[in-house]
Design a protein around this ligand. Structure first.
Ligand code: SAH
Ligand code: SF4
Length: 372
């Protein structure tokens, strides 16, 4: 095997099993298989989820003999912080982590007056190949485990508690808008949502309503998620209302087409009562024409206006790409047409654009640096 292949194989290697990968009954069985009382798994989970703790010396209710080994087994280290940078006057903090095996992922933590939102990664790289996206350029390195996703949340929640934004604050929202396609890593995603929204010793206790899953539009998993009985918000990255344009921007569209994708998004709204967000990166002269805004409005309004909220965002240009953000006047007209059709529309803020804030850009840079 040549060096690059060996390196890729190492980065794709599975992480060790962690308590947060398992359901409560599975945790009990794991403790038993280690020759321990079930209670040990529950006690450890209470420290992990309830106190955001994974340091053995803090867990004084566990017997001192064997405590270090127990914690090292149930809560193995999964993420190593590699870099942290802040922007927007300290209100946006981006962190790059290395996973076991060396793959890189990133999170972005954003403080607003009424909430603190963490953007998490669900995969290292992504296999969906959207040409405007830095993560897409990497290809899929590997799926993250549920515990690797939950570790991103735990570390951010601890940072908020510890005063990263001044004073003791609480992490309130989680959005799956970092690296990766969450619905292509379904089992880990749903286990992670259970860990984020679980109460007491089985989760971090956030509201499921404050969790957003963003997808490029995988129809079958969208339907499956609708049936999970958790009221998480769905964001659909549409980026074009017509198949010719969407086929180029979001290649998975060649499998489903815009109509089927929108129908699945509407079913999600019907099943959960949660308004679906439509994400639309405005790319100059590619998908930002006024007639496309009219077409987008017509396609969305075939199901009415109350089920959906449109979130256009100026493209954050990926280095080396010829595409760039729309002109302000064009952007304005695009939004005006959507609003005129009775749709609720907000231009998404571009937090952290100056620190490669968009999807995967920091980690993509890191890969270029380490490989090149
Ligand atoms: N794979 C999922 C979630 C991660 S991407 C998805 O595609 O929805 C999160 C969001 O960032 C998506 O809406 C995606 O289209 C958008 N995005 C990716 N690259 C971008 C860029 N360069 N500028 C603006 N938005 C971008
Ligand atoms: Fe993957 Fe989303 Fe990027 Fe497309 S936009 S390549 S689905 S991370």
């Amino acid at each position: 095997m040549n060096v690059a292949l060996a390196d890729r194989a190492q980065r794709a290697a599975k992480p060790p099993q962690h308590l947060a990968d398992l359901s409560e009954p599975e945790r009990d069985s794991w403790a038993e298989s280690l020759g321990l009382p079930r209670m040990r798994a529950r006690q450890t989970a209470r420290h992990y989820f309830g106190k955001l703790e994974r340091t053995a010396s803090c867990m004084t209710d566990l017997p001192a003999a064997g405590r270090d080994e127990l914690v090292a087994t149930l809560l193995p280290p999964l993420l190593t912080r590699a870099r942290q940078i802040s922007a927007d006057g300290g209100r946006t903090v981006k962190t790059l982590y290395h996973l076991t095996g060396g793959a890189a992922v990133e999170t972005v933590l954003m403080a607003y007056p009424d909430r603190i939102t963490l953007c998490v990664s669900s995969q290292a790289g992504c296999g969906m190949g959207c040409p405007f996206c830095a993560t897409g350029k990497l290809g899929l390195v590997r799926n993250l485990s549920a515990a690797e996703i939950l570790e991103q949340v735990r570390l951010a929640a601890r940072a908020c508690q510890g005063g990263i934004f001044g004073g003791q604050k609480r992490l309130t929202n989680v959005v799956f808008m970092g690296m990766g396609e969450p619905l292509a890593n379904y089992k880990a995603l749903t286990r992670a949502i259970a860990g984020i929204a679980g109460q007491g010793g089985s989760g971090f206790g956030l509201s499921a309503r404050n969790v957003t899953v963003s997808t490029c539009g995988l129809v079958e998993p969208m339907d499956r998620l609708a049936g999970e009985g958790r009221p998480v918000r769905l964001a659909l990255s549409l980026h074009a209302p017509d198949d010719p344009a969407r086929d180029g921007l979001v290649p998975i569209n060649r499998r489903y087409g815009v109509e089927r994708t929108l129908a699945a998004a509407y079913r999600y709204y019907e099943a959960t009562g949660r308004r679906v967000s439509i994400e639309y990166a405005l790319i100059r002269d590619i998908n930002d024409q006024a007639w496309r805004a009219t077409q987008l409005a017509a396609k969305l309004c075939q199901y009415g206006t109350g089920w959906v909220h449109v979130n256009p965002i100026p493209l954050n240009p990926v280095p080396g790409s010829i595409w760039t953000a729309s002109r302000p006047s064009v952007q304005e007209e695009f939004l005006r047409r959507l609003a005129a059709a009775g749709l609720s529309v907000t231009l998404r803020d571009t937090r952290g654009a100056d620190i490669d804030g968009a999807c995967g850009q920091l980690a993509a840079k890191e890969v270029v640096r380490t490989n090149g």
